[in-house]
Design a binder for this molecule. Structure first.
Ligand code: GLU
Length: 441
């Protein structure tokens, strides 16, 4: 059997789209699973719309995802082979030149090249859809080149795939109607037919084709939002594909082992940000603390007056518990651990109600109890909790714990006071309670 070779053939007319990344991933997985090769071919023949910037963006994006290619080519560099193929088709009578009115410039004549369509039924075996039959009669003698030296997409794809010895053309379902045309060109050129697989479209939650209106569609957007490449790849793989068991979290290496194109579904695959978030959370949970640190943007935090690596290492688990993706990290949520908070005295009141004199009394009691605890107690959340629990239960937990938590954090929402106390330590915690007390007149 020939060595398996797959390819992704992006046109550099836009940034790397999620759909292209998914097609690239499937091509990569399919090839690697079979010990084959994965190629990238930049389809840059549309000179007006192709740019170097988009090409760089696409290659960088695939590189970020870790989809390493075994070879890279540019369609524009293969022009000679395309023109040779056009000449061959004309010579054999399979195609002909035709003088027609230009569609681009009114009143101008152009000599285009059309394939002489034998007008037959084409059946190809699609690895996902089974036998697919098209009657090509309606296609007529379709155009394959704007001139003998200016090939169009169908011809260029066929010639390039043959030259690169592509064994499997795996691409989006939106290309399925292109396949019969391309097969007719292959047959006219006497090429062997590769195998085909057309992947289900990616749909938005409303089941229409995914577009910008549904939210972010480019790989860059997801990178910037703070998804990890492993999670993003993992999610892309699950778009329309199911492993044999319930496992949903995979690394790229695991995906290569597990992937089976026969398990790709025919129907559209619905993109769900919620599912992506869930997968990302699982991936970031597996990261080491060091890798987690690197992923977070701590630039503001490390400049705060009480910042220390030691305190940060205690805050980190709290951050890890909550985040679905690095982009959700808001430094305001943890800044109070490293800087004295500012707060409003009236917010010390539980639910904004009650009596400030009572609140002061509770805080004084709590301050006294906490100040009498030794260092061992201060490192143990449970001991700290036990020390004031009975009092709080007696007079009203909210009336005691709310002002305590608020004077430590200065925030309406924060972890509970027994989580904050050991992180701030005795000295700083008592200082913050004192500051609150001083403000209560
Ligand atoms: N250049 C085409 C595209 O970007 C790819 C065609 C193919 O995979 O055959 O959709």
């Amino acid at each position: 059997m020939n060595k398996i070779r797959t390819r992704i053939a992006p046109s550099p007319t836009g940034v790397l789209h999620m759909g292209t990344a998914r097609t690239a991933l499937v091509n990569y997985l399919f090839a690697k699973k079979m010990g084959g090769e994965f190629l990238i071919r930049i389809e840059d023949t549309d000179k007006e719309r192709s740019t170097k910037e988009f090409e760089t963006n696409i290659l960088d994006g695939l590189d970020w995802l870790g989809l390493q290619h075994d070879a890279l080519s540019r369609q524009s560099e293969d022009l000679k082979h395309h023109t040779d193929a056009i000449a061959k088709l004309i010579e054999s009578g399979a195609a002909y030149e035709s003088e027609e009115d230009s569609k681009r410039e009114e009143g101008k004549k152009v000599t285009i090249v059309r394939l002489k369509n034998p007008g037959k039924k084409i059946t190809f075996n699609d690895l996902i859809r089974g036998d697919v039959t098209f009657d090509t009669t309606d296609l007529g003698d379709f155009v394959i080149a704007r001139s003998v030296t200016d090939p169009l997409y169908h011809l260029a794809v066929v010639v390039d795939d043959e030259r690169s010895k592509i064994t499997h053309v795996i691409r989006g379902e939106d290309h399925i109607s292109n396949t019969p045309r391309q097969i007719l060109i292959q047959e006219a050129l006497g090429y062997e037919r590769p195998l085909y697989a057309h992947l289900p479209l990616i749909l938005g939650e409303d089941k229409s084709k995914l577009s910008k209106r549904h939210g972010a569609t480019s790989v860059d957007d997801y990178k910037e939002m703070g998804y990890t490449k492993d999670a993003f790849l993992n999610y892309l793989a699950l778009l329309g594909w199911h492993p044999t068991d319930e496992q949903e979290i995979f690394t790229l290496v695991e995906l290569v082992k597990e992937f089976d194109i026969a398990r790709v579904q025919k129907g559209g695959a619905i993109f769900s940000v919620e599912k992506l978030d869930w997968i990302n959370k699982h991936h970031i949970e597996k990261l080491s603390d060091e890798a987690y640190f690197v992923g977070l943007d701590l630039s503001e935090i490390i400049t705060l007056p009480q910042y220390s690596d030691e305190r940060m290492s205690m805050v980190l688990p709290l951050v890890r518990e909550r985040l679905h993706k690095f982009g959700d990290f808001e430094h305001e949520e943890i800044a109070f651990f490293f800087d004295t908070p500012t707060y409003k005295t009236e917010n010390l009141l539980f639910k904004g109600k009650g009596d400030i004199a009572d609140t002061k009394k509770h805080l004084e009691h709590v301050r006294k109890t906490l100040s009498e605890l030794g260092n061992d107690a201060w490192s143990d959340t449970e001991v700290l909790k036990a020390s004031i629990w009975d009092y709080a239960s007696e007079v009203g937990r909210g009336d005691v714990l709310w002002p305590l938590r608020y004077c430590l954090s200065g925030r309406d929402k924060s972890p509970d006071p027994f989580t904050i106390l050991p992180i701030l330590g005795k000295e700083e915690s008592l200082k913050r309670i004192d500051t609150a007390l001083e403000d209560i007149v």
